[in-house]
Ligand binder design. Structure first.
Ligand SMILES: *Cc1c(COP(=O)(O)O)cnc(C)c1O
Length: 248
């Protein structure tokens, strides 16, 4: 597959370098090693050719949130690249799409109900049996910081019950937590709240230590509060078409 034109490659090169530098500075400010925080490039709405250009620039982990766009893109990119390229599902999952997600996703950041966890477990079991995957699906539980329904996420009061349920599923591996800070209020306060919830959660689940937090607008605050994976779209890819007021 062709790479994007030279102008787009130059744009991506500059934006990626700036994002990496910003992440490096955020880690330094928080007294953390730069390799403690993974940079997940969110490529939803952007073509596979952009992903290939980013692979050429040394990226190997991408976030997607829309089906069937995500599955198609992952297949196109993997067919083209010899090394491993990870694709994570970071958006809300509809039950009927679980089968497809379990085929292409390395990790899912957005588990927020028993129902979707169960659907993904069945789908991942089938994918393992069929040889379409070779490892359990890594999953993060998305926690709602304000209980607003539109961004998804489990309420902190139901987090333990969901974690217990997920741990009974053989084809899922509980890896950690994910948050999306609400637009309202102060990012630093939301991330402080998220870190508090995570600290409580880690007592019972010390191995589920991944913490997916921080996007283009708030990655610095997220890193200060312990993020191990920032999900960066706009700051690297440019702006997405606006389809709905929700994060899609
Ligand atoms: C789109 C999206 C992102 C990236 O957001 P930006 O503000 O563009 O960096 C991060 N996380 C989730 C869950 C998303 O859907």
């Amino acid at each position: 597959m062709t790479r994007p034109d030279a102008q787009r490659v130059a744009e991506l090169t500059a934006a990626l370098a700036a994002a990496r530098e910003r992440l490096r500075l955020a880690c330094a400010a928080a007294d953390r090693a730069a390799d403690e925080v993974e940079l997940l490039v969110v490529t939803k709405f952007f073509p596979a050719s952009d992903v290939l250009a980013l692979v050429d620039l040394g990226c190997s982990e991408f976030g997607e949130s829309r089906e069937p766009e995500a599955g198609r893109k992952a297949a196109e990119v993997r067919a083209e690249v010899s090394g491993p390229v990870a694709f994570d599902m970071i958006g809300r999952i509809q039950r009927r799409k679980a089968k497809s997600v379990a085929r292409w996703a390395d990790r899912v950041h957005s588990i927020d109900t028993d129902d979707i966890a169960g659907a993904l477990d069945s789908a991942a079991t089938a994918a393992l049996d069929a040889g379409e995957r070779d490892a359990p699906l890594e999953v993060l539980l998305q926690v709602s910081l304000d209980d607003a329904p539109d961004r998804g996420g489990v309420s902190p009061v139901h987090l333990e019950a969901l974690a217990d349920r997920v741990e009974t599923f053989a084809a899922l591996h509980l890896a950690g937590l994910m948050v999306i800070a609400p637009q309202s209020g102060v990012a630093r306060d939301w991330m402080a709240r998220a870190a508090e919830i995570r600290a409580g959660f880690l007592v019972g689940h010390p191995d589920a230590s991944e913490f997916s937090a921080g996007m283009s607008g708030d990655l610095d605050e997220a890193v200060a509060y312990g993020s191990t994976c920032v999900r960066v779209g706009t700051a690297i890819m440019g702006s997405r078409p606006i389809l709905s007021p929700k994060i899609t």
